[in-house]
Structure formats: structure tokens, C-alpha cells
Ligand binder design. Structure first.
Ligand code: A3P
Length: 285
């Protein structure tokens, strides 16, 4: 935060191997070091394109793991592996299993070891219109990222010139991995509709059995209002927990922008299984 405050907006993002990252959070030394990270078969890996509900599922998974294993000393640090410095990498290599990890990486940019070790991955998706809106506000609220203006950010998102790359490239890649038994895809919209069902499915997928009472407790602690008013994220609470709704895009998109997104979705994802899971016509029309 301190470093970001003294930086010019144009220096806050940079490109590493063709993809934009935060200069402060993911300097090149982190991204080089993470390539050789050793995954474990029992790591719990959470994956999401930015603003699809990653921090929500961080809270859910931490609580599932703590309730099921009784372990409460899990390091309470941001789990994004691309934020790990080389020293943090070493620290994580010493941690007992099961480790909780996360990433916004495109699957092709993930350390090869995760595939080799058949690490289970929970992947969270969200409709592209609300994802774009959430990303726009995040850019303007998070001091480590440059401020952006709506029309420019809209076109950058559409062309994939945003942190971690193109929403559509990520979605196409995950669509191809939907048959992988070690990959479980959930959507923000389904979780909003039935969070208890989501908690049950996620705990089963990772093999962390929960009693119904534990499910209900985790549910009550991870609704949007519980998390926004909770103290887990300190000063960053307002940055991570904004509106927590489906459909806020209607307050931001012009008619032409909405149409442009509809066309892009139709071209890139409409015929895919992930595209169907996103229920575009319900949430984006
Ligand atoms: P909005 O900006 O639309 O409000 P990420 O954690 O991947 O950065 O995603 C952030 C989005 O998830 C934000 O969306 C945030 O408000 C929303 N979110 C965070 N916690 C949530 C919760 N418990 N329930 C629903 N949405 C939540």
C-alpha cells in the first residue's frame, strides 16, 4: 500500500510474458519463482478470474477446512500464489497439508505441478457484464491499481488488456477442462441463489465432510451482509465487498456496450458448456 501511494498510475501495471499484472503485488521475481512451485495432491486450490467472487470463496473454503479438520491455525494471508514473494514460496513449502492456495492465473499460466499432481481446483465464474462492472470499481478503489475511466476500461476489458488478461480467453480455456474430475466449476449467480447447496457441494468435492449444523453456520457467516460488516478484511473490506448483487451492470452499460458484450459472448462462449452454465440470457439480457 505504502509503495503504491508513491507510484504514478501508469507504473502500477506492467506486462509479464504478454499478460498485465500489478507491479506491486506480482513483480517479475514472484512470477518467475511461482513457475517452479511444487503442488501437492491434497492442496486446496481456488481459481477465479478477477472479480468473480474469489474472496467470497476464500472465506467459505477457510471455514469449511477449519470446521472439518479442526485446524484453526491456517495462515490467514491472501492465498494468491502470484502474490507470493520467493520467501513466501519457501514458507509455503514448509506448511503442513492441506494447504489452501488460490490464483487468478489462466490455466496455461498455472505452475505445471498442479496438473501433474492432480490437485483439486474449485473454479468460480461470474457473468461477464457484472464481472466487468465489479472490476471497474475495484480498479478505482484499490490503491495498488490505476484509476480508470468507464468507456476506456470497457474497451480494455473487451480486448483483454486488463490484469490477468482476457475474461473470454480464461473462460474458453476452463470450458475445455470441464470434464476433468479434479476441476469443479461453480458460478457466482448459483451461489447467490443457493449458498448452502454450494457449501455442501464444495465440501464434498474436496473431501471435507460437514454436519448440517456446520453448513448452516458457515452459510450465516459468509452471506454478503455478514462478510461486509465482518472485520476479516480490515481497511480493504469496502474494496472487496461492494454491492454483492447480480445485475448491477444495468446501472453502468450503455445500450451499445451491452450489445457489444452480447455479440462477443455469442461469438466466444454461447455454444460452450461453461457458456450455458453462465445462463447469459437470464443474467445479461
Ligand atoms: P461487486 O463488485 O459486484 O459487489 P472478487 O473477490 O473475486 O474480487 O469478487 C468481488 C465481488 O464479489 C464483488 O462484487 C463483491 O461485492 C462480491 N462479494 C464478496 N463477498 C460476497 C458475498 N459474501 N456474497 C456475494 N458477493 C460477494
Amino acid at each position: 500500500m505504502e509503495m503504491a501511494k508513491s507510484m504514478k498510475d501508469e507504473d502500477k501495471m506492467y506486462k509479464f510474458e504478454g499478460v498485465i499484472y500489478s507491479t506491486v503485488m506480482s513483480p517479475a521475481e514472484n512470477l518467475e519463482a511461482v513457475k517452479t512451485m511444487e503442488a501437492r495432491p491434497d492442496d486446496v486450490m481456488l481459481v477465479a478470474y478477477p472479480k468473480c467472487g474469489f474472496n467470497w470463496m476464500v472465506a467459505v473454503l477457510r471455514k469449511i477446512m477449519a470446521a472439518s479438520t479442526g485446524k484453526t491455525d491456517v495462515p490467514d494471508m491472501p492465498p494468491l500464489i502470484e502474490f507470493f514473494s520467493p520467501d513466501t514460496q519457501k514458507f509455503m513449502a514448509q506448511q503442513p497439508s492441506p494447504r489452501f492456495l488460490g490464483t487468478h492465473f489462466h490455466p496455461d499460466k498455472m505452475p505445471a505441478s498442479f496438473k501433474e499432481k492432480k490437485t483439486k481446483m474449485l473454479v468460480v465464474w461470474r457473468n461477464p457484464k457484472d464481472t466487468l462492472v465489479s472490476y471497474f470499481h475495484f480498479m478505482n478503489k484499490n490503491p495498488v491499481l490505476p484509476n480508470v475511466e468507464w468507456d476506456k476500461f470497457f474497451s480494455d476489458f473487451m480486448s483483454g488488456e486488463v490484469g490477468w488478461g482476457s475474461y473470454f480467453d480464461h473462460a474458453e480455456a476452463w470450458d475445455k477442462l470441464m470434464d476433468d474430475p479434479n476441476v469443479k466449476i461453480v458460478t457466482y449467480e448459483d451461489l447467490k441463489q443457493d449458498l448452502c447447496g454450494g457449501i455442501r457441494e464444495i465440501s464434498q468435492f474436496f473431501g471435507f465432510p460437514l454436519t448440517e449444523e456446520q453448513v448452516q453456520k458457515i452459510y450465516s457467516e459468509t452471506t454478503f451482509s455478514a462478510m461486509k460488516t465482518g472485520s476479516s478484511h480490515g481497511k480493504m473490506g469496502d474494496v472487496f465487498f461492494r454491492k454483492g448483487e447480480v445485475g448491477d451492470w444495468k446501472n453502468h452499460f450503455s445500450e451499445a456496450q451491452s450489445q457489444q458484450m452480447d455479440e462477443e459472448f455469442s461469438k466466444r462462449l454461447a455454444g460452450t458448456r461453461l457458456g450455458k452454465r453462465l445462463k447469459y440470457d437470464t443474467y445479461c439480457k
